[in-house]
Design a binder for this molecule. Structure first.
Ligand code: ADP
Ligand code: ASP
Ligand code: MG
Length: 476
């Protein structure tokens, strides 16, 4: 059992696998009951049922390209069946179940209308993508809140916007506005005493009340925003893994849980592809110094990972290794670039205007060559923007989707000589070729590009080299 203060204000987020179906939602409700009965005040942030966000996005695209109302009807049936079954498996009290089914009917009808609208228009804007994808969470919140009520506790459900999350209008990647923090505290703060508050993760509203989303896996970020706004004692992110691990356990089954990690390290890991956390999760928690725990829904007694502000210097210089897939390398080269002041600035500006995010960047010392990594889905817009910006110069622009990025993270790396030598020595011994290297100036992270088919081998090699399977304990 965790040693905790008897009464805490906790924001808990449950991921898509944790609320994967009705039985799992029932399990989550029972967990909530237990923590509530210990005297804690609880806000719960929920994801969509596992896989539903993907299905919503697929069907929005289908509606815009095929325009077939019959497909919308089929999808409506699929969603209704799935969520009805979840209600049946999660909620015992028939009157609560009836209320919840009524809310689901209304929401699914709204969604159907929106999808049919897209069929007729043949157009799918970023704003409508956010609207459609918000339904995953908006269908689960009433079920989870109902499951909690069915266990005899009081609960209210909110959408992110209703809870007070007001965002920019960057659909698909919205950021909370400063006023969020006050609004959430005003709207939810006074209810915490009497209710378990269930809030949809992933979504907010812009200032005009239009639904926005915080990016895929955004419910981690929602939990952190709510936690900061409510000045929670802790933020708990419940997932299907035993916390943040030394690497993705799907790549290296011997990966071990990292018991404690600093905000800075967790941020480096989440920026660099350990898709265990949404990249911006840590920011709001950090501003209020709120500890974040990553816990396993299916093994609640396991302490998981605690993310805190101090740099916990374990003996290990390297704490974790992560692999970013679905990225591409873009190379721009030409004699004219050498010494041409402002080339990098033009490149960044052109890419920023096209909405392309740069994952990592490296410039050769001859200055005639610049390489950078972007998401695979950004390659098209990036190439278009670069060709437009550099149309008068004689430069060559190439792209390669056949790559992955590996990031090695650990606060202990800062100021410890020889880490890079060990990393690249071990990879050399395993005959893995490095295409590009970059070290963040924080020195908490060394990342490099390898061929896609060598990504797994690179991660395994480094996990072995730094003996991370020992669980951050014995090896220096
Ligand atoms: P959620 O349930 O909150 O959506 P995710 O599925 O996003 O949780 O995150 C857990 C997944 O992240 C796991 O399935 C795991 O394979 C992957 N993962 C990648 N890197 C790591 C890591 N370093 N530690 C733990 N999990 C990781
Ligand atoms: N449901 C959203 C997604 O699948 C958000 C989340 O799960 O955090 O990306
Ligand atoms: Mg996720």
């Amino acid at each position: 059992m965790l040693k905790r203060d008897p009464i805490m204000k906790i924001v808990m987020k449950f991921g898509g696998t944790s609320v994967g179906d009705g039985k799992k939602i029932r399990h989550v409700a029972q967990l909530l009951k237990r923590y509530r009965e210990e005297g804690n005040q609880i806000v719960v942030v929920t994801s969509a049922l596992g896989g539903v966000t993907d299905r919503l996005l697929e069907n929005a695209r289908l509606a815009s390209t095929k325009g077939k109302v019959s497909l919308v009807k089929e999808f409506k049936t699929e969603l209704t069946n799935k969520h009805y079954k979840a209600v049946k498996d999660a909620i015992d009290d028939p009157s609560v179940a009836k209320e919840v089914l009524h809310i689901l009917d209304l929401r699914i009808e709204e969604l159907e209308k929106a999808l049919i609208g897209i069929c007729y228009l043949g157009e799918l804007t970023n704003r409508s993508i956010d609207y459609i994808s918000s339904y995953g969470e908006r269908l689960v919140a009433p079920i989870l809140s109902g499951a909690v009520r069915s266990l005899g506790l009081s609960s209210i459900e909110y959408t992110g916007g209703e809870a007070g999350i007001v965002t920019t209008s960057d659909y698909g990647n919205a950021r909370p506005l400063e006023k969020t923090y006050e609004l959430v505290s005003k709207r939810l703060g006074c209810r915490l005493e009497s209710y378990i508050l269930v809030v949809t993760g992933f979504i907010g509203e812009n200032e005009d009340g239009i639904i926005t989303t915080l990016g895929r896996s955004g419910s981690d970020f929602s939990a952190s925003i709510l936690g900061a706004a409510l000045k929670a004692d802790e933020i708990w992110l419940w997932k299907e893994v035993n916390g943040i691990m030394t690497t993705d356990p799907r790549i290296v089954p011997e990966a071990k849980t990292i018991p404690q990690i600093s905000y800075a390290e967790a941020m480096e890991l989440s920026y660099f592809g350990a898709n265990v956390l949404h990249p911006r999760t840590i920011e709001p928690a950090m501003r209020e110094h709120i500890p974040v725990r990553v816990k396993n829904t299916f093994d609640p007694e396991f302490p998981g990972t605690l993310i805190v502000s101090e740099k916990f210097q374990c003996e290990h210089v390297v704490k974790a290794v992560s692999l970013i897939k679905n990225v591409a390398l873009i190379n721009i080269s030409g004699a004219e670039m050498a010494g041409a002041i402002g080339t990098v600035a033009r490149l960044f500006t052109a890419l920023a205007k096209a909405g392309v995010n740069i994952v990592m960047i490296s410039q050769g010392s001859s200055e005639s060559n610049l390489s950078f990594v972007v998401s695979e889905s950004d390659v098209g817009p990036a190439l278009k923007a670069l060709h437009a910006e550099f149309d008068r110069e004689i430069i060559k622009i190439t792209s390669d989707k056949n790559i992955s990025v590996v990031a090695v993270v650990g606060a202990g790396m800062a100021g410890t000589p020889g880490v890079a030598k060990r990393i690249f020595g071990a990879l050399g011994n395993s005959m893995i070729n490095i295409i590009m290297i970059s070290q963040g100036s924080s020195q908490y992270n060394i990342s490099f590009v390898v061929r896609e088919d060598e990504g797994f081998a690179a991660v395994k090699t480094l996990h072995d080299e730094f003996k991370l399977y020992n669980g951050n304990r014995t090896e220096k």
